[in-house]
Design a protein around this ligand. Structure first.
Ligand SMILES: *Cc1c(COP(=O)(O)O)cnc(C)c1O
Length: 399
């Protein structure tokens, strides 16, 4: 101990150690099996993962790839979207959605999102369509499935492709349709902190089209379908066997983990409804979010930043997904969008706060978060809230 007092985080936004501690034996066995087998690229683990993942999402085909960003890039490539093409992308998403568009040489055309779940606004998408538009990329942000029907209509009317960014939405569904199962392709990230995370970078693409699956598979493997026969210039974007083996251990638990996330999310919303926060509404049972993140909205930026600081002081980590909309990112300044262009995305960026949420989080820990927020807003614990006081442990910052 050096004597300096540092507020240690007691409750993380996402605590992966808990999941891995429980699965350690199985993960180690999977790792060992792959090492013993001696095949590390395109083997049976990848094939098994692809089959199971496609089936879970009601899709005919799946291709394991290197990460979620590459899944989007490969989908666009496979659809022959490149220089001269415009692709409609929501202004509120992770940078990678637009990055993939840029990296195939196409131009991202940003549009605003709807205020409720921050999904692509179909009316704004329609207004953004030009003669150069080739595709739309809806993003199921925080796990909320974007209603696909209006977008499929646009796609049909204007002959556009739909590529879904499902990086945060493994197992989410709308009207019983899993995300990624009704468009040209669904692109998933298995970045460690996602709902289904590898022990490193990984991703997977699903599609109902044999042709798209075949093209993506070839593109991800140096543009070849057979050894020594490179029929086009592709990439090295394969999913490797070790990561696939890890994902095979985790996949059978995904839906159960998502259920647990939803139960915790419901509990948060029930307790926080009395505060000035805008909380996720779980009443529409046709839209099943994967609750990758539980995101509340404050009244303004100052309140958001102050609440986050207060919670941090209590040992509770929070996040922002995302504090800068794409059009205000320096890396996309060449698109020429100015502040004020996308008011919903901008307002959300300033007021969103992600609270701790992961399947292994305990209810007494969640109560700490709720209590901290009620305290911040000076809301007395009403009949609706069953928050228990929590004991201060020695050296703990609060929670
Ligand atoms: C994580 C994420 C990506 C990128 O996935 P990687 O596997 O990190 O490349 C893309 N879009 C969204 C919305 C994401 O959350």
């Amino acid at each position: 101990m050096n004597g300096t007092k540092v507020a240690s985080v007691e409750l993380k936004l996402v605590d992966l150690n808990r999941q891995h501690d429980r699965l350690r034996d199985e993960l180690m066995r999977a790792f060992d099996t792959v090492i013993q087998r001696g095949r590390f690229i395109l083997g049976e683990e990848v094939t098994r993962f692809e089959k199971a993942f496609a089936q879970l999402h009601g899709c005919g085909y799946a291709v394991g790839v290197s990460n979620g960003t590459d899944a989007i890039t490969l989908a666009l490539k496979a659809l022959n979207i490149g220089p001269g093409a415009e692709v409609i992308v929501p202004a509120m998403t992770f940078f990678a959605t637009a990055e993939a568009v840029c990296n195939v040489g196409a131009t991202p055309v940003l549009v605003d999102v709807e205020n409720e779940t921050l999904g692509l606004d179909p009316a704004r998408a329609r207004e953004a369509i030009t003669a150069a538009t080739r595709a739309i990329i809806p993003v199921h942000l925080h796990g909320w499935p974007v209603p696909l029907e209006p977008l499929l209509k646009l796609a049909n009317e204007f002959e556009l492709a739909i590529v879904e960014d499902c990086a945060q939405a493994h197992g989410a569904s709308e009207n019983g349709h899993p995300v990624g199962s009704r468009s040209d392709a669904g692109c998933f990230s298995c970045f460690p902190a996602k709902n289904l995370g590898a022990l490193g970078d990984a991703g997977i693409l699903i599609t109902q089209s044999e042709a798209i699956a075949d093209r993506v598979r070839a593109l991800a493997n140096h543009g070849r379908r057979q050894k020594h026969a490179n029929t086009e210039v592709g990439f090295n974007n394969r999913l490797d066997e070790l990561q696939a083996a890890i994902l095979n251990v985790k996949l059978p638990r995904l839906m159960e983990w998502n259920e647990r996330r939803r139960a915790l999310a419901r509990r948060y919303s029930e307790h926080l409804i009395e505060t000035p926060l805008k909380v996720p509404n779980l009443s529409d049972e046709r839209r099943v979010s994967s609750f990758h993140l539980y995101v509340v909205r404050c009244r303004d930026r100052a309140e958001r930043d102050e609440l986050a600081a207060d919670l941090r002081g209590m040992g509770i980590e929070t996040g922002m997904h995302y504090p800068t909309p794409l059009h205000l990112q320096p890396g996309l300044s060449h698109l020429g969008c100015t502040k004020g262009s996308f008011p919903v995305a901008e307002q959300a960026a300033e007021t969103m706060l992600s609270l701790p949420l992961f399947p292994e989080m305990r209810e007494d820990e969640q109560d700490c978060v709720v209590e901290g927020i009620l305290k911040y807003f000076d809301v007395p614990k009403g009949s609706n809230t069953v928050v228990r006081p929590f004991a201060k442990t020695a050296g703990a910052a609060g929670c």
